[in-house]
Design a protein around this ligand. Structure first.
Ligand SMILES: N[C@@H](CCC(=O)N[C@@H](CS)C(=O)NCC(=O)O)C(=O)O
Length: 206
């Protein structure tokens, strides 16, 4: 049985959970991180020396880093699906996973933390507005890509959608003004039709 450690409201844990649900994998999720603690215990640090979630154990194989986990599970169980069979298509999808970590999330993170995890009197209004504008700006890259294709990796859902798909819910659910991004909106609307996405990602922001 695949074991997944991590609280279900973590954006990084949600990638793994959504991926598993799309592939109809059996798994056991164990709460860790945030209010559940555990991540600083010596026992957990032996699983994941970073003290972060998610971590998985699959038949004795331990793995941390959400994108590595998604790649591993997709490669093992969804060759030709979430894990595109053709190397170029796979690299295309894979690139969007890196883009989420290196470009999208750094842009959105200050706004997300500011509005969701910071009391109003301690918010830095300028930093929040900078983050909102920066996120809208970088999302134009995804919007242009999605003008050419239904999903980030092509005509079907791939691992490329998993990473940014979890992040885009944060953007869409925040109480902010969003400039129109018609292709990102259409893509998000299609994700929101998927039972696995609704079950694992579209949860209240915390
Ligand atoms: N690069 C790591 C980042 C993992 C990470 O930052 N996880 C956060 C939750 S999203 C965490 O564990 N925070 C501490 C906690 O929840 O206690 C990954 O993608 O897995």
């Amino acid at each position: 049985m695949l074991v997944i450690w991590g609280r279900n409201n973590s954006v990084n844990v949600q990638k793994v959970l959504w991926c598993c649900e799309e592939m109809a994998l059996d798994y056991e999720r164990r709460d860790a991180g945030g209010a559940f603690g555990l991540v600083d215990t010596p026992a957990y640090r032996r699983l994941n020396p970073n003290g972060l979630v998610p971590t998985i154990e699959d038949d004795g194989f331990l793995l941390w880093e959400s994108h590595a986990i998604v790649r591993y599970l997709a490669g093992k169980h969804a060759h030709g699906g979430l894990w595109p069979a053709d190397p170029k298509s796979r690299a295309d999808a894979d690139r969007w996973m890196d883009w989420k970590h290196t470009t999208f999330w750094p842009a959105l993170r200050p706004l997300f933390l500011g509005l969701i995890r910071t009391v109003p009197e301690e918010r830095d209004a300028k930093a929040l507005e900078d983050s909102r504008l920066k996120t809208a700006h970088v999302l134009r890259t995804a919007d242009a890509a999605l003008a050419q294709r239904a999903y980030l990796g092509g005509d079907t859902l791939t691992m490329g959608d998993i990473a940014l798909g979890c992040g885009i819910w944060r953007w869409m659910a925040l109480p902010i003004e969003r400039a129109p991004l018609p292709n990102v909106q259409r893509w998000f609307d299609s994700l929101a039709q998927r039972p696995a996405y609704r079950k694992t990602v579209m949860l209240p922001l915390t």
